[in-house]
Design a protein. Structure first.
Length: 184
């Protein structure tokens, strides 16, 4: 048991010692959101939106952490063909797993979103129909070429964003395609 702990500690220290060599990087990214809100009262199907924001990278030997702050737009239609535009401030905290192919990495982790605004006509019984928060999981792949990044990822929303009195569950599903630039 002690030898397993010691081995894990040594591997962690070796990984952390490379932070100075690998470094901390900051950058910007932008792309498209293809999203839907699932539920009976909304029309399913991917609708286009956009996303933009900033990211940080803490690179280690095999792993890294990539926190981000993103503006993200989710477009959908209600059952009555009413256009619904949800705008979120999302904060994904992603674990970066480096693959044997040096320019490719996998991303996985949680995302916390807060609703910035929504259509004023989305009210039910005097209260807003959409909750103000959304918890999601993110998984995807990223191509890293010098200072440039490109990637695709899937965001699966776990939170029920339906704030109406009904028992119907509305959840977000998003495919993001993006490009980014590491500034330093």
């Amino acid at each position: 048991m002690k030898s397993n702990f010691l081995l894990l500690l040594i591997l962690f220290l070796i990984n952390c010692s490379s932070v100075k060599a690998q470094g901390l990087h900051l950058g910007i990214k932008a792309g498209t959101d293809l999203s839907e809100v699932t539920g009976y009262s909304v029309q399913n199907g991917l609708k286009g939106g956009f996303m933009a924001g900033a990211f940080a990278e803490v690179n280690l030997i095999l792993l890294g952490v990539q926190p981000e702050v993103l503006y993200s737009q989710i477009n959908t239609q209600g059952a009555d063909n009413q256009s619904i535009k949800l705008q979120y401030l999302n904060i994904p905290i992603l674990l970066t797993i480096k693959l044997p192919i040096p320019v490719l990495s996998l991303l996985v982790g949680p995302q916390f979103g807060t609703l910035l605004n929504k259509n004023d006509n989305l009210t039910t019984d005097g209260k807003k129909a959409i909750t103000s928060g959304d918890f999601s999981m993110v998984a995807g792949a990223q191509l890293n070429l010098l200072k440039f990044k490109g990637g695709v990822r899937y965001v699966y929303g776990f939170s029920n964003i339906n704030n109406t009195s009904g028992s119907e569950s509305w959840n977000t599903r998003t495919v993001q395609i993006y490009i980014g630039l590491r500034i330093f």
